[in-house]
Design a protein around this ligand. Sequence first.
Ligand SMILES: *Cc1c(COP(=O)(O)O)cnc(C)c1O
Length: 420
Amino acid sequence: MQYQNSLAFAKQLDKEDPLSHLRNRFHIPKDKNGNNWLYFTGNSLGLQPKQTKEYINQELKDWASLGVEGHFEAKNPWLHYHEYLTTAMANIVGAKPIEVVVMNTLTTNLHLLMVSFYRPTKKKYKIVIESDAFPSDRYAVESQLKFHGFDVKEGLIEWKPREGEELLNSDDLENIILQQGNEIALLLIGGVNYYTGQFLDLKRIAEIGHSKDCVVGIDLAHGAGNIQPKLHDSGIDFAAWCTYKYLNSGPGSLAGLFVHEKHAYKKDLPRFAGWWNHNKETRFNMRMPFDVMSGAEGWQLSNPPILSMAAIKASLDMFEEVGMTALREKSEKLTGYFEFLINTINSDTIKIITPRNPKERGCQLSIQVKNANKNLHKKLIENKVITDWREPDVIRCAPVPMYNSFEDVYKMVSILKKNL
Ligand SMILES: *Cc1c(COP(=O)(O)O)cnc(C)c1O
């Protein structure tokens, strides 16, 4: 694609964009004067689909008119509500329906998964994470090490970028596993790194981990709804992700969980239990001994919050309608245009640390601005550009194919240029 640095060209791209109509189906935040924000933080909190209210209202209405009977008599009977989300979610992450469930929140799911998949022994107990892991993931694995009586300094291994580099290299992970694999129980890696936006080769990570019998888990918070991770084919053991970032399901909304089919029928896998991972057929019998369900549903504990699930359904229905392939196609073009425009800024203070290869990134570009401080971020906000500032000097920007336009990207880069 030959891009051009002009507003007219950006507008032309919007005109030719087969997904441009989707933007109108979202609420775009506005300033006091009614001007749209240039919203580049869909990687932090996705925007609200207009139909979300309608979906939640349906459940409020059924609750008001039916009370407890809504479990069976609601338009979308609550008893099965989480099942309405499974196929769409499985399509988004490239999984089979039996491998996916929506439940709890992300960090909670990581812990529940580690109950089953982090089974350390005295000799094989270490955990590998990427050095720039999201803090919650780091705290989670540190607490798991401590919970099992291990020393964090001994037990936590960091996969780091090489000296002077920002990105991770799978060869280095391979070396860690070659050297210490016999002592490593688990790899827990962010599939798309939240800081650099690097999309790692999940299949390769799975192969590296499994070569020494290490369990491989992936945090997909920055991947779900952004890239196509093909979780089933990758062969990883488990994954979890939130739905409030690229999946536009509302602040603090529920999370997704993936357990590979190869573990789906292992009823003796250790796990925590509640009535919601007990066999559906006999759940309400209430007096039966625990009989765990197969597949990802076998990790649920509680009956789920329907109002939050209604918001997820409103969003996932849009993903089903459009499909990840079309979204990804637009995303590569949109982020490619963003990259092109950033590269026209004639300044050596600015550097994109996200991979240049579109296959190794999602929509996010992380832009390092040498000697910048948070004032730059403030100036962007004054100009209605909403980005995410990460100390010491990185702006993370995510043009989201569902609702960002080429014009947004053009305007954002013009404003950035003026404020450097
Ligand atoms: C957003 C994010 C989280 C947040 O965890 P919650 O449990 O949803 O609060 C955790 N890990 C990663 C990698 C994230 O990007």
